[in-house]
Design a binder for this molecule. Sequence first.
Ligand code: IFM
Length: 428
Amino acid sequence: MSYKLIFPKGFLWGTSTSSHQVEGGNLNDWREWEKKNAERLTQEAEKNYSWLPVWQEIKNQAQNPENYISGKTCDHYHLYEKDFDLIKSLNNNAYRFSIEWSRIEPEQGKFNQKEIEHYKKVLLALKKRKVVPFVTLYHWPIPLWLKEKNGWLNPQSPKYFERYAKKVMENLGKYADFWITINEPLVYGANSYLAGKWPPQKKNLFKIIKVIRNLVKAHKKAYKIIHQLDKKAKVSIAKNNVYFEPYKNKLFNKILAKIPDYLWNKYFLNSIKRQMDFIGLNYYSHNRIKIGWKKPRDWFNQNENKEVSDMGWEIYPKGIYRVLKELKNYKKPIYITENGIADAKDKKRAEFISQHLKWIHKAIQEGIDVRGYFYWSLLDNFEWDKGFWPRFGLIEIDYKTMKRNPRPSAFYYAKICKENQLILNSQF
Ligand code: IFM
């Protein structure tokens, strides 16, 4: 017996990417950092990844410095038309991508018209294929001039961002309705200013607080200017929320779980709740909360995880439902702007997608206004400090030839997109 889960009419079905991860040839703080840190990351690979079930398969790549240099990545900058043909052939009706700030404003206050034209062509290429664009303005790397000025620690940074957003809107505003100002502000802040893992590798509580505050201000300013320039624009952020599960459902852990839930899931959204027209949700996994110190590598509790991705993240589809239930309180439409799995062999991806969609559908049935789903990612791409070995793509990339090869799960997802429904063999 099979069960049909039908999604609301007009539901958006898409995939997501970000500029630095797929375009190639960017000149920003990440590119500089990669060059300086590739050797170190190679040396640390065994310590960082030998606990992963896929270690034997990835170790050569993870111990090669080239893995950590984004370089041309997927060359999406030049091959976007080809990629959009694939999107179309896979029945997607939406696509989320980011504009690279360092291309648009390579020097402070000087804008590169040629690069603006590039993104105009990108947007027109989507329009031609009737694909709805979701445009992210900022997905982590910053221009070099801003890096020199202390990046997001600079009190002027929200103003700089506002000026950049204004320029983009003046030139590209009429080609898109959905705008995401900032991708995953907390993930960025935590890795760059608290864990010391990403550029500029700070470990300082005061700095992360400052950065997050500046990101809140930057969003608010951008929200205002976008609306001034386009009344019908829909603006938000893409927020990575985690389901913080109280370990063994114990009372103490339930109370404890409220702390990360507030700080990680709610603080930023609460701060901008009057400046968001929808919620962009990025969901990947959950985390069990219990008392006791954990080494960073235990943060995903791999000892208790049942099924994991290549990166060791537990596959926990019910978490998306839990997170959605909480987001209901904001009374805004929700788009899942990212959800995906690193799975080089493509053995788990189709099931990952269907199980998450099953829980999303349940949330919709219970009155939560979810209007779209974007799988992360369209293409295999550069996974930040981990480099190229994690493979999130529905489409496999051969980085030597740049050949695109849709995986079986891409066709599975294409069928769901086409029919606007998911067919399951068993009920809940
Ligand atoms: O690749 C990242 C993306 O840049 C932001 N969200 C999570 C993805 C997978 O780690």
